[in-house]
Design a protein around this ligand. Structure first.
Ligand code: AMP
Length: 333
């Protein structure tokens, strides 16, 4: 397998939950040993919503702590804070000169924001896809791990890179495409009986990596079930199926089979089922939680990681920018 150049942004939005870990971070941890990976904490992107400085700093720090605790290895990948790289806004500005109002106004995420937050439609929001393109193409990325909702942004990164190449008659930027993990994307269900684990359905819907055993037990005891199977061998309702799916991840096969059979025989006791699942959840997450606590207080480590990341990322970004500046005609004397 040939090595890809992979770039992925991590949003600094508070604590990671089990869905983030199993659906995304675990893949990053694997990828870092197989490809040339750049992972950055997207703090410039946060500015469109005007966060307060203390929250912003705290969130960036927490994301760094949790990704390290999950296994991102700064020796294997390039892990950096986006705002440590002034090269990114420089490329963003250069790309903006060839980004058209019409195409930016047509972007689905902009239209959605313009609808939901009509009092804060700033230029940063409009040019968000240009900043995203700069993030990606500054390292000449070939692959980007993105969800369906990001496909349009990725297409724009190709458009802006190609346009720059064409404009200046150079071949600086390769085309970045979606990275495929090779199997169907996992969907970790939430605890409230609905779809996926997500904070948008409240904190009781998610198990955060930092949740204490007591909190995990409390959340699990409140997890939504149903009134119980009315006939033998019927398919579980959606909320109960969600709990079986979670059990598949954190428990042994024997235990899963035991409760599936109890369900099929109509003698499942949801209280025991959820208690048992909670204990396995606690066991599964304890090593990560302990690592988070370890790293949390290690300011020296965080400083060192950010510094190494910044240096490695700047080296790659400087190379690309030098080519762009030369192509444009910023040549010095
Ligand atoms: P978010 O911050 O909610 O956009 O999540 C960041 C990433 O975590 C997403 O791109 C998904 O790949 C992953 N993720 C979030 N929630 C889940 C979930 N319930 N199941 C699987 N993956 C998830």
């Amino acid at each position: 397998m040939s090595k890809e150049i992979i770039v992925s942004g991590i949003r600094p939005t508070g604590n990671l939950h089990l869905g983030n870990y199993l659906g995304a971070v675990q893949n990053f941890v694997k990828m870092q040993y197989e490809h040339n990976c750049y992972f950055f904490i997207a703090d410039y992107h946060s500015l469109t919503t005007h966060p307060n400085p203390q929250d912003l700093h705290q969130n960036v720090r927490q994301v760094l702590v949790e990704y390290l605790a999950c296994g991102l290895n700064p020796d294997a990948c390039t892990l950096y804070v986006q705002s440590d790289l002034p090269q990114i806004p420089e490329l963003y500005m250069l790309l903006n000169m060839h980004a058209y109002m019409g195409e930016l106004e047509r972007v689905a995420s902009f239209k959605e924001k313009a609808r939901t937050q009509p009092n804060n439609i700033n230029a940063g929001l409009l040019t968000y896809p240009v900043l995203m393109a700069a993030d990606i193409i500054i390292h000449k990325a070939t692959k980007v791990p993105v969800g369906k909702d990001q496909e349009q942004h990725l297409e724009m990164a190709r458009t802006f890179g190609n346009r720059f190449n064409r404009m200046y008659g150079k071949d600086i930027f390769p085309e970045p495409y979606a990275f495929n993990f090779g199997k169907e994307l996992v969907k970790i269900p939430g605890l409230q009986g609905g779809g996926k684990m997500s904070k948008s359905d409240g904190d009781n819907n998610v198990i955060n990596l930092i949740d204490s055993p007591e909190l995990i037990r409390k959340k699990m005891s409140r997890a939504v079930t149903d009134t119980g199977p009315s006939e033998p061998n019927t398919a579980p309702s959606a909320p109960v199926q969600n709990l079986f799916d979670l059990m598949k991840i954190v428990s042994t096969e024997d235990k899963l089979t035991f409760y599936q059979q109890a369900y099929a025989n109509c003698n499942i006791r949801y209280g025991d089922f959820k208690k048992d699942l909670a204990e396995d959840m606690v066991t599964f997450l304890t090593p990560v939680r302990e690592k988070i606590a370890d790293i949390q207080s290690n300011n020296e480590l965080l400083k060192k990681v950010a510094k190494i990341g910044k240096e490695k990322a700047a080296e790659s970004a400087d190379k690309t920018l030098a080519e762009c500046r030369e192509a444009i005609g910023f040549r010095g004397f």
